[in-house]
Design a protein around this ligand. Sequence first.
Ligand SMILES: NC(=O)c1ccc[n+]([C@@H]2O[C@H](COP(=O)([O-])OP(=O)(O)OC[C@H]3O[C@@H](n4cnc5c(N)ncnc54)[C@H](O)[C@@H]3O)[C@@H](O)[C@H]2O)c1
Ligand SMILES: O=C(O)[C@H](O)COP(=O)(O)O
Length: 599
Amino acid sequence: MATTASQTLRTPSIRNPSLSLSSKLPLSSAFSVSFRPCRGRATRPLVVVVSAGLDAKPTILVAEKLGEAGLELLKDFANVDCSYNLSPEELCTKISLCDALIVRSGTKVNREVFESSGGRLKVVGRAGVGIDNVDLAAATEHGCLVVNAPTANTVAAAEHGIALLAAMARNVAQADASVKAGKWQRNKYVGVSLVGKTLAVMGFGKVGSEVARRAKGLGMHVIAHDPYAPADRARAIGVELVSFDEAIATADFISLHMPLTPATSKILNDDTFAKMKKGVRIVNVARGGVIDEEALVRALDAGIVAQAALDVFTEEPPAKDSKLVQHEKVTATPHLGASTLEAQEGVAIEIAEAVVGALKGELAATAVNAPMVPAEVLTELKPFVDLAERLGRFAVQLVAGGSGMKTVKVTYASSRAPDDLDTRLLRAMITKGLIEPISSVFVNLVNADFTAKQRGLRITEEKVILDGSPENPLEFIQVQIANVESRFASAISESGEIKVEGRVKDGVPHLTKVGSFEVDVSLEGSIILCRQVDQPGMIGTVGSILGQENVNVSFMSVGRIAPRKQAVMAIGVDEQPSKETLRKIGEIPAVEEFVFLKL
Ligand SMILES: NC(=O)c1ccc[n+]([C@@H]2O[C@H](COP(=O)([O-])OP(=O)(O)OC[C@H]3O[C@@H](n4cnc5c(N)ncnc54)[C@H](O)[C@@H]3O)[C@@H](O)[C@H]2O)c1
Ligand SMILES: O=C(O)[C@H](O)COP(=O)(O)O
């Protein structure tokens, strides 16, 4: 008895937090099955791989200063071009010669950069956490993988947050400037104490939680606001998670640690400053854009905010005459949060490994815009990855011109529980197979879902659970295209969709069903599908026509409804038959329809 579990295509979760940092996802093995030569068009890898000649190395552009250890790793594998302080125009010019680009927060990797790359740019490595300077949508649309280095600078950023907190409370920067100017103003620079004060940590992620831990050590009462953080993680270090309003209304100090997103942009503004305790002090080592900087100047002038310590600014570097930077109650640093020797060495190694891995065809655990598929899952799914693409490629060629293709249903039949079958890679491959033969777009794991959505193609997935041993991850994959006409009417199933089904046999993908007809033909090279009235001599007749033209038959199978009724013959051929040969097959009296398809 089969049971089913359905799901509709959703954007895959971008990161798998369960993967350890050092996890590598070797996709290179998947390539060998996925990209056997297909006739008629060039093939591209599912993920990124450098398609260079034997001695041609990929080129990596390092556009901002990177630690030496990371550069060494890069140089072992690629030609490394370290060109710092490029203008946007210079970057766009250079990028067409580069396979990968590594940046920190100072380089805008916008849509123009991806467009200028002419398809060569395969990986963008962000040597740090924040990816707000990279246009992720444009990267995904161009099939470019974005990786970051999310952990190596966490402690450095937290330490800088604590440094700013203490320096602000004790007027260290202002007093230092005053002493250096020859003054001795002990009364002017009386500070405030931290112990016993309430600190609201806004964003309880990697940096926020490290700041909280350190602030507890300073004797502060720490609360946190983070809509997505688990309360038990906060409780474990003695921090209470509270609402946004409660956090800002009760805090003596507010420390910002959330990413810059549309939801957090200018989250501190005139309205929210008005709800704060008078005399609150604010630290920002996250991103300048989370504060409305003009509103902060007003709040400082009005005495609502007593002081601010800022490492980050909406525009970096800020204008020389910026009222905020020049404000006497503001302590400013030039985005130094990640800038310790230790953090920069760590970040450089982390990003170099991720970029080199991606260029080799692996997916690093820090991919930002691609689904993560663990290595063991990839190894197991390897033969099915090829089947998936070929079934998609086969199915789409059965669609009659002008029918459009809006809805595709994919069924995976397996003896495994639905949760034990990760189908994201298979779905990407089916999408690749469905789209590439009918468009100029190259589809890979990064852009498959985006490309399907952009073309208005809705792909739903269903898992059919079979009785049997769960050793084999999949029994068969079925692809159904709804609401279309077919070039081969027999491919339409009883329920009205184009239906094809395939299995892996001895490691080779096989077509096992077309419409309602059982067939068995290896899914490679070219295939002739032929519907005829089942009668003696048909196989011989078709075979001899092909033989006369020196077309070699690799496989042949016949599926029929009943003896002497209709049958579908599937013939695998090594060479492309001439039009004349195909015409002769079509003229065999018992042949009702036929189609020639190239994989
Ligand atoms: N100044 C620097 O040099 C420096 C260094 C490292 C990190 N950063 C920045 O610090 C920030 C945090 O980095 P991280 O590594 O801790 O990232 P993270 O992803 O580990 O943590 C961010 C946290 O913010 C939370 N969050 C998201 N939306 C929120 C909202 N609306 N309100 C409250 N919390 C919200 C998330 O749930 C997450 O827990 C990022 O903006 C990063 O770019 C700056
Ligand atoms: O997001 C980050 O990692 C920090 O803001 C550090 O940025 P940087 O690499 O430009 O110092």
